[in-house]
Design a protein around this ligand. Structure first.
Ligand code: RIB
Ligand code: CA
Length: 315
C-alpha cells in the first residue's frame, strides 16, 4: 500500500482491544508506528504483556510495544477483571510473549513521534483510559497542534454509562486525563456506548471467526466467547457490544458510521457523575464543538470488514 496512514494505538487489552489491534495489523491502509499500553481493564504489567501477545498472534513481533502510565492522573486505578478475566485476555490458551518490550516510556515515545513526524500525519487511536495521551500533552504541549486526529472509544450519552449509571469505563477510570484531552483542541472522533452497543458480537458473527480455521480466527472467537458473556447477561442480548475495533474501522471505512460535531465536556467534580461525558447533542449550549460524536453504524458492514481483515491474517 502506498502512503499508508500512520497511527499509534494506545490501549489496555482487553479482548475488544485485541480485536482492534488485529484489525489494524490486518489492514495495509494503516502503518502502526507503535502500540502504547496503559493501565485500565487490567494493571499495566498485564496490558503491556497482552499487547505483545496480540502482536505475536498476528505474526507481527516487529511492532514496537511501549509501557506507559501505571495509574490515572489523580484517582486510584479501577480495573475490569469482572469483564475481561484475570489476565485481561481470558478465553483462549495464550503463551507468554517472546518479543521484547521497548525500553522507552510510552509517553516519551508519543512525544518523540509527534515531534519528529511531519505535523498532521499521525493519528492517535485510543482504546483505553486517556492517561498516556494527557501525560504526553502535559509533558510537551507542542505536540498538540501536530496531532492529525484522536479517534477514541469512550463516553456515552443516550446509552448512559457501563461502569456507573453516568460514566463509561475508559472515561471513568481517568476523567482528569479525558478532560485534558477533550479540552486540548485536537480534532476528536469519539465512539461512545451509543454506537458500540449497536455492534453486537452475536453467535453467528463469532462463528464466522471460528470457521476461518486459522489460529488467529479461532483465538478471536474464543476471546469473544469469553468477552460477550458479561454483557449478554447484563443486557439480555445475543452477543455483547464490541467496542474498540470501531476506532480502527472508522479509519478504514468511515462510511460505515454517522454522527454529529457537538460539544462534549467531562465531569470531574461530582462523585455521583464522575467521568460522565456531558454531550450537547441538541446544541442547547454555545460551548465549542470539540468532538465528532458517532451515534450509528452499519453493523453488518463492520463485521464483514473484521472478518475480511482478520481472515487475511495468516501468520
Ligand atoms: O467501556 C468499554 C471500554 O472499556 C473498552 O475500551 C474496553 O476495552 C474497556 O477498556
Ligand atoms: Ca479498551
Amino acid at each position: 500500500m502506498n502512503n499508508p496512514r500512520k497511527i499509534i494505538i494506545d490501549t489496555d487489552p482487553g479482548q475488544d482491544d485485541a480485536v482492534a489491534i488485529l484489525l489494524a495489523l490486518g489492514s495495509p491502509e494503516l502503518e502502526v508506528l507503535g502500540i502504547t499500553a496503559v493501565a485500565g481493564n487490567v494493571p499495566l504489567a498485564l496490558t503491556q504483556k497482552n499487547c505483545r501477545i496480540i502482536c505475536e498472534l498476528a505474526g507481527r513481533p516487529d511492532i514496537p510495544v511501549y509501557s506507559g502510565a501505571i495509574r490515572p492522573l489523580v484517582r486510584e486505578l479501577v480495573t475490569a477483571e469482572n469483564v475481561h478475566g484475570k489476565t485481561g485476555l481470558n478465553g483462549p490458551e495464550l503463551s507468554d510473549p517472546t518479543m521484547p518490550l521497548q525500553a522507552q516510556y510510552a509517553v516519551d515515545f508519543i512525544v518523540e513521534t509527534f515531534m519528529s513526524e511531519p505535523e498532521n500525519t499521525v493519528t492517535l487511536c485510543v482504546l483505553g483510559p486517556l492517561t498516556n495521551i494527557a501525560l504526553a500533552m502535559i509533558r510537551e504541549p507542542k505536540i498538540i497542534p501536530r496531532i492529525a486526529e484522536i479517534v477514541l472509544m469512550g463516553g456515552g450519552c443516550f446509552e448512559g454509562g457501563n461502569v456507573t449509571p453516568a460514566a463509561e469505563f475508559n472515561i471513568y477510570v481517568d476523567p482528569h486525563a479525558a478532560k485534558t484531552v477533550f479540552n486540548a483542541g485536537v480534532p476528536i472522533t469519539m465512539f461512545p456506548l451509543d454506537v458500540t452497543h449497536k455492534a453486537l458480537t452475536t453467535r453467528k458473527r463469532v462463528e464466522e471467526f471460528r470457521s476461518m480455521g486459522t489460529n488467529v480466527g479461532i483465538v478471536t472467537a474464543e476471546l469473544l466467547d469469553f468477552f460477550e458473556r458479561f454483557d449478554e447477561e447484563k443486557y439480555g442480548t445475543d452477543g455483547g457490544p464490541l467496542h474498540d475495533p470501531n476506532v480502527i474501522a472508522w479509519l478504514l471505512k468511515p462510511e460505515l458510521y454517522t454522527g454529529r460535531h457537538i460539544n462534549v465536556e467531562i465531569e470531574t467534580a461530582s462523585e455521583l457523575t464522575m467521568g460522565m461525558t456531558v454531550a450537547d447533542w441538541w446544541g442547547v449550549t454555545d460551548r465549542p464543538k470539540n468532538a465528532f460524536f458517532v451515534r450509528d453504524l452499519d453493523a453488518e458492514g463492520f463485521y464483514n470488514l473484521l472478518v475480511e481483515r482478520i481472515g487475511a491474517l495468516c501468520p
